[in-house]
Write a protein that binds this ligand. Structure first.
Ligand code: ATP
Ligand code: MG
Length: 563
């Protein structure tokens, strides 16, 4: 990403201006409409949260951090079939990990009794009726955006009959889909969602919290807004696709005379080269295109966490992309930029050689010695670590060239380089096996060139990372790339899974690291010098230490694409 783009990112320069929701809230507080505000984050527990949800979380919780008030976590669990306790637990873990605290943990299913009472109120006011039409029949009577719909033959049932039928629906007398409860609004309404929307359906299904108590369940529109009112949510923030639902939201509040929550909409945030839909992510999991919801290639919060993203970097990302009214695709490079910025400040520097080439330092007569190197040059309190140096070391195979072009500053016959935090070495001899493969290099070192006390007067341009052979530990490295080959896999012909990137995971089993890495901790973040940012993976065992590459040091993707 160019400096230009970085500067243009919202939040990239000085204080950003208020977003439209902050403007509304400041106005509401100033006018005295509210003394404090209440928001909610309302996930449906049918999958793991993804980076799009992070925007909604940061927005809802961020507003009540900035202004007086609080945020509820509400599980929108009105659909018994797709919801599971596993998802509820993961959602709570993710919100907490992102650094937010909810005031109340609520479930739409807690309100099933109240919602059922509201439905009876509507029937009693002759504002709802039981309809026996099939879904096809209902669709046929719905009309089109330009033509009005027609009334159902069941629309004029008496209040008594409706009350009786609704009670029998609840009692389990009718099979799934045979009847619905519909709001009686206007089949000629210009807004199709106001044409007698279904508010209750029959579903003989076990619910993850209410068990078998119910066989009728409220529809989204008859649960969401009402739950907002029950919790006295002041600003109910959702995504743009709910704009047409707002009229029904307001109508139900008015007819039921309940707390006047208000709905506001903002644009969904999607990032390129991935999908952000729980339903699609679930397919990737169940069809085993990834190892699970927390596969480090997934755009889920748990995947990003396992990959090494920090909560700070995700909050920074959400802040930078900001809140908008217009949908747009955010470049994943922005997310990577945010994590690099944070990791650069906190990551411990370590040396790891991915493809080792042995170097023998022929004039190194000394005993093994312990050198020191800063843990993090960005952090004055970061301290130093010990690095053993010895006669035999490893360097990266591609840091050596037998026939080097001009301006090649790495190692080549007769050429000198500095070993990071150690000495300057010079390549004297290349050793090969019978097939002509390079098996080791013989070098000499300059004893006066020790980093920190260099009196050699020699200037070299290249600095290489290295690992002492004797004390090296072997590591497995997992490098990740874009999960999809195209920017928007859902916008292509055919199934989105046809566009999966077959090279999204590269496993390197030859890597060797400095001994300090034997004590790596899951919460620590590392920069492997000249390689990228890494963190320990949960697959690590006593016999295998595994690191995930969070992100490269620089944005290599754009360059790669131009080749
Ligand atoms: P999905 O299609 O992934 O299932 P959803 O909107 O159905 O998404 P919910 O569990 O209903 O998921 O979402 C909880 C909250 O997060 C809602 O307020 C929703 O509007 C918001 N949200 C979901 N996806 C995004 C996104 N990509 N960008 C911003 N907010 C989002
Ligand atoms: Mg949903």
């Amino acid at each position: 990403m160019s400096e230009e783009v970085k500067k243009d990112l919202p939040g990239g320069t000085s204080e950003r201006s208020l977003n439209f929701l902050e403007e509304i809230i400041e106005e509401d507080l100033k006018s005295g409409r509210y003394k404090s505000i209440v928001t909610r984050f309302p996930p449906e527990p049918n999958g793991y949260l993804h980076i799009g949800h992070a925007s909604s979380i940061c927005l809802n919780f961020g507003l009540t951090k900035k202004y007086p008030g609080y945020t509820n976590l509400r599980f929108d669990d009105t659909n018994p079939v797709t919801e599971e306790t596993e998802y509820v637990d993961s959602i709570k873990e993710d919100v907490k990990w992102l650094g937010f605290e909810w005031k109340n943990e609520r479930y739409a299913s807690d309100y099933f009794d109240t919602l059922h009472g509201y439905a009876i109120q509507l029937i009693e006011k002759d504002l709802a009726y039981v309809d026996d039409s099939t879904s096809d029949e209902m669709a046929a009577m719905k009309g089109t955006p330009t033509e009005p719909g027609s009334n159902s033959p069941y629309r004029n049932r008496s209040i008594t009959e409706n009350l009786d039928l609704f009670a029998r629906m609840k009692a389990g007398e009718f099979p799934d889909g045979s009847k619905t409860l519909r709001a009686k609004i206007d089949m000629g309404h210009i807004n199709m969602l106001m044409r007698d929307p279904v508010i209750y359906r029959i579903k003989h299904a076990h619910h993850h919290r209410t068990g078998d108590k119910w066989c009728i369940y409220p529809m989204y529109d008859f649960a969401h807004g009402q739950s907002d009112s029950i919790e006295e949510i002041t600003h109910s923030i959702c995504t743009m696709e709910f704009v047409p639902h707002r009229e029904l939201y307001d109508w139900l509040i008015e007819q039921l005379g309940i707390y006047p929550s208000r709905q506001y909409e903002f644009a969904r945030r999607n990032i390129n080269f991935t999908v952000t839909s729980k339903r699609k992510l679930l397919q990737l999991v169940t069809e085993k295109h990834v190892t699970g919801w927390d596969d480090p290639r997934m755009p889920t919060i748990s995947g990003l966490r396992r990959r090494g993203y920090t909560p700070e970097s995700i909050r920074d990302f959400c802040d930078r992309i900001g809140v908008a009214k217009r949908e747009n695709m955010v470049d994943v490079g922005v997310l990577e930029f945010c994590v690099r910025e944070h990791l650069n400040k906190i990551a411990l520097r370590r040396m790891v050689v991915f493809d080792p080439l042995k170097v023998v330092i022929t004039n190194y007569a000394g005993e093994d010695e312990i050198l020191h190197s800063e843990n993090n040059p960005e952090d004055p309190n970061g301290g130093v670590r010990e690095i053993p140096f010895s006669k035999e070391i490893y360097i990266e195979r591609d840091d050596f060239m037998e026939v080097a072009p001009k301006k090649y500053f790495r190692l080549a016959p007769g050429q000198m380089v500095r070993l990071k935090s150690a000495y300057i070495i010079k390549c004297e001899e290349v050793i090969k096996d019978a097939e002509g493969n390079i098996t080791e290099l013989h070098c000499t070192y300059i004893p006066e060139s020790k980093s920190g006390s260099d009196t050699s007067g020699i200037n070299v341009k290249g600095t290489l990372h290295w690992v002492s052979l004797k004390s090296s530990i072997s590591l497995e490295i997992r490098e990740y790339d874009r999960l999809f080959k195209v920017e928007d896999p859902t916008d292509e012909e055919g199934d989105f899974k046809e566009y999966l990137n077959p090279a999204s995971l590269k496993v390197i089993t030859t890597a060797v690291g400095e001994p300090a890495l034997a004590n790596a901790k899951f919460d620590d973040r590392y920069q492997f010098i000249r390689k990228g940012y890494f963190c320990l993976d949960k697959d690590t065992s006593s016999s295998r230490i595994i690191f995930n590459r969070t992100v490269t040091l620089k944005d290599g993707w754009a360059k790669e694409q131009k080749k």
